[in-house]
Structures are given as structure tokens and as C-alpha cells.
Design a protein around this ligand. Structure first.
Ligand code: SF4
Length: 457
């Protein structure tokens, strides 16, 4: 399908073709699903909500529930306040969530609906039952990306939930970043293994990776409980994983409740996971267990054992900035050469960080924020790579250029496993590296001439 992408690069400023991102409310909806008993609510027209739900459903293969203010022509002209009030009445009467998390869309942002005032008036008029919560964030999709929307909704949680009170000794907040339910589960496992009293928020494990029991639950058992979210202002420290997705909320929590924070990369690979473990040790005095050290040793062992298949391999990466930063460091440490690193999210700091990271191993690397897959395809046409790592949309480039693709990031709509097997932590690193190495070996088996076709690799 992309066989006709031209090789010649022309600078484009006002046009994106196949953007390497999706729209803000998708990230906000995903974050909201990480609160227990929460119904995400899209304040806009039905089409936006349907698109956001179906995109998440296609990635997680789970039903994603969300409500909408269902704008028609009248609301588009006169504002959506009556729609939101009616929606809240219906939601609390019929579906009975603990929390409704409202995010806006391009349309309601353009009208300029004042959500806090509508919510306040609804509470005064008794539309919001006692003990229930309506939180909100603004997600105009003509700026930012799904990562921005995620970050905004997590900041929205910090705006509404934390309650004042004495500090809880040893309690640590972890904002896991825009990662899979499996990754959030792995971060919780690491905290438990180290004996740390941690609050991970948001937490989509057991919400978007639920087991089949034969019984449908509108609000599955997972998600950060509201009682935990009310306590995040009393934690001793917040660890914000991934600056693009998590720093905003951590900064707000420090500002509002004086909880200091530390921003870390997503713990993908040996070094980034070491830094998370060290930060947890510094914050709590707890030590990693032997089991964790053995996991670390196994990850290092795989890197050494398969070094000759990884070393010098040129790789093109695209996706979300926090994931690309961590992934670049991991791959470079494993001997690979990140040649193209492209995100659709804006961020000069992303370009500076990744360029500095790869300058010694790949001096001619191209690192771009706010860019698209058309550009990545052109770069690959001019100077091919051995491997592409990115989401499902990369399969068209992979097919056109006959380059293997490892699926990683969001969305993955044509493979299974991403929501069940983590890529963070030492164990996640083993899974991710196994996926990369096996993909390279499959390719080698396919391409090797008869005399080089080996049984043992
Ligand atoms: S980009 Fe705007 S209009 Fe389009 S789906 Fe997203 S929120 Fe709706």
C-alpha cells in the first residue's frame, strides 16, 4: 500500500501524513479507566466517544465503557451544559459509578464550555449523589497527543482527590506513565516484593486485562481505589515515571500538598530499572530481594548470550516519547544502533535527550518530535534499517520495505500479548528482548543461504 511513498524528502510544516500519535481524549479515557469504579465521560459529540472507545477496545480486546454528552447542532451553538447535566443524572441513576471522569473534545473546547462551573452547579442542584465524584480535565485535541491527554487526566486526579492529613510514613506514590496494564501490574509486584507501601495511580490492571469468568462487570475489580487517591497527598514522595506522561501530576501534587517528587524514565531495560529500584531504596530504605537480582542477572545474561545478533543492528523506533527515551537507552546498551527515533508528540527536550543518548553509537541518527510515519518511511527508503519497533501502523512500512517489525507501544491492534506481558522492570526487559531477538533470528533463518542455515543459534 505504501509502495509509492517518494524517496525525495521535502520539508513540510503544515501537513502531517500518518501521524505517529492519536488524539488527547484517548489518553484521558485510558487514565480514567485506571480509577476503580470510574466511568469516563466524553463531553462532546457521539462520534468522538465512539472512536476513542473503539481504538482502546481494538488494542485491549476488552469492552471499553464510556458515556458521552452527545452533542447535536443545538449544543454545538449554545453550549453543552444542559447535555452534561442530563448525562450526569442518567449516569448516576442507571450505571451508578463511584466516579465520573469528564474530558473535553475539540468541539466543547472550541465552544468554551466551563466544566468546573457546570459540575459545581450540578452538585449544588443535587445531581451528583453524596459520596460520588465528578472530576474533569481539558483535552483539546488540536494540541498535544494521547500522551498529553493521559497526563492531563492524571493531573485532574491530583486536582480533585487528595485530602489533607498527617503524612503516612513509608508511603510512596508511583505514577506509572502511559504503559500497559501488564506494566502497571509489574510495578505493583516490584513494590510488593520490596515490601513497600505504594499507591500506583492510575492502574488499569484488572480493568483492561480481566480474566473471562462468564460474568460481565461494568466496573471490574481493578483500578486505583478512591480511598487510595484521597491519600496520595499524605505520601512521603512521588516517583513520576516518564516526564511527558507523569511529571505534570507530580508537580501539581508537590505544589498542592508538598509531596516531593522525582522524575524517572520508564523502567525499560537494565539501567532504567536500576534507577527505579535505587529511587525506591532511597525513599524507603528497603532493599531489592534476591529474586529481583536474579531477574536482573537473567536479563543481563540474555544480552550477553545474544550480543552477536544484536550488535550493530540498525533500528527505527517510533511511538510515544517516554517509551522511546527508555527504549533507546535499552537498545543502545544491548549493542544496537537506534538510527531513526520519531514521535508524533511535540517536545524539543525529547529531541535533545535522545540525540545526546545516541551520538556516540549512531552519530548520523535522525531524532524528531512532532513528526509522522510518512517521514519515517522516506528516511528508511533512503537508508534502510534492520528492524522497526513501533505500533501496528508500522506494518505498512515493514511490508513495503520488507523489514521485520516488533510491535511495541500504542496501539497494537493485530497481535496478542502486549496487555498481558510487561516490558517494564527486569522481567519485562526479558520479554521485550526475547521478542526483538526472536524476530531478528526468524528473519535470519528466512534469509540465510542453505550453507549458512544453522540448527543452533
Ligand atoms: S481529534 Fe477532536 S474531533 Fe477528532 S476524535 Fe479527537 S476529540 Fe474528536
Amino acid at each position: 500500500m505504501l509502495n509509492h511513498t517518494p524517496k525525495e524528502l521535502i520539508e513540510r510544516k503544515a501537513l502531517r501524513i500518518n501521524p505517529a500519535k492519536t488524539c488527547q481524549p484517548i489518553g484521558a479515557m485510558y487514565a480514567a479507566l485506571g480509577i476503580h469504579g470510574c466511568l469516563p465521560h466524553s463531553h462532546g459529540c457521539q462520534g468522538c466517544c465512539s472512536y476513542h472507545r473503539s481504538h482502546l477496545t481494538r488494542h485491549y480486546k476488552e469492552p471499553v465503557m464510556a458515556s458521552t454528552s452527545s452533542f447535536t447542532e443545538g449544543a454545538s451553538v449554545f453550549g453543552g451544559a444542559p447535555n452534561l447535566r442530563q448525562a450526569l443524572k442518567t449516569i448516576f441513576t442507571v450505571y451508578k459509578p463511584d466516579v465520573v471522569a469528564v474530558h473535553t473534545t475539540c468541539l466543547s473546547e472550541t465552544i468554551g464550555d466551563d466544566i468546573p462551573t457546570i459540575v459545581k452547579k450540578s452538585a449544588e442542584d443535587g445531581i451528583i449523589p453524596q459520596g460520588k465524584w465528578v472530576i474533569h480535565t481539558n483535552t483539546p485535541s488540536y494540541v498535544g497527543s494521547h500522551v498529553t491527554g493521559f497526563s492531563n487526566m492524571v493531573a485532574g486526579m491530583v486536582n480533585y482527590f487528595p485530602q489533607k492529613g498527617d503524612a503516612t510514613a513509608g508511603q510512596v506514590n508511583v505514577i506509572p506513565g502511559y504503559v500497559e496494564p501488564s506494566d502497571m501490574r509489574e510495578i505493583k509486584r516490584i513494590l510488593k516484593e520490596m515490601g513497600i507501601n505504594g499507591i500506583v495511580f492510575p492502574d488499569t490492571s484488572d480493568v483492561l486485562d480481566t480474566p473471562q469468568t462468564g460474568e460481565y462487570k461494568l466496573f471490574p475489580k481493578g483500578g486505583t481505589p478512591v480511598s487510595d487517591l484521597m491519600g496520595i497527598g499524605r505520601s512521603e514522595v512521588t516517583l513520576a515515571l516518564g516526564s511527558f506522561a507523569s511529571q505534570q501530576a507530580a508537580t501539581l501534587l508537590e505544589h498542592k500538598h508538598s509531596v516531593p517528587f522525582k522524575v524517572l524514565d520508564l523502567p525499560i531495560g537494565v539501567s532504567a530499572t536500576d534507577r527505579l529500584v535505587q529511587a525506591l531504596m532511597d525513599a524507603t530504605g528497603k532493599k531489592p530481594t534476591d529474586e529481583m537480582m536474579h531477574d536482573r542477572g537473567r536479563l543481563v545474561d540474555i544480552i550477553i548470550d545474544y550480543q552477536h545478533y544484536l550488535y550493530g543492528k540498525k533500528v527505527a523506533l517510533f511511538g510515544d516519547p517516554d517509551q522511546l527515551i527508555a527504549l533507546t537507552e535499552f537498545l543502545k546498551g544491548a549493542g544496537m544502533r537506534p538510527k531513526y527515533v520519531i514521535t508524533g508528540t511535540r517536545g524539543i527536550r525529547f529531541e535533545k535527550r535522545v540525540t545526546a543518548m545516541v551520538k556516540d553509537c549512531t552519530p548520523d541518527a535522525v531524532v524528531k518530535a512532532n513528526n509522522d510515519l510518512f517521514y519515517l518511511h522516506q528516511l528508511i527508503k533512503n537508508d534502510p534499517v534492520d528492524l522497526i519497533i513501533g505500533n501496528t501502523y508500522g506494518k505498512y512500512i515493514a511490508r513495503a520495505e520488507d523489514i521485520p517489525l516488533v510491535r511495541f507501544g500504542f496501539p497494537i491492534m493485530d497481535r496478542v500479548g502486549h496487555s498481558y506481558f510487561p516490558t517494564v522492570g527486569y522481567r519485562g526487559g526479558i520479554y521485550l528482548l526475547m521478542n526483538i531477538i526472536n524476530t531478528l533470528l526468524e528473519r535470519q533463518d528466512r534469509d540465510d543461504p542453505e550453507e549458512r542455515f544453522e540448527l543452533v543459534m
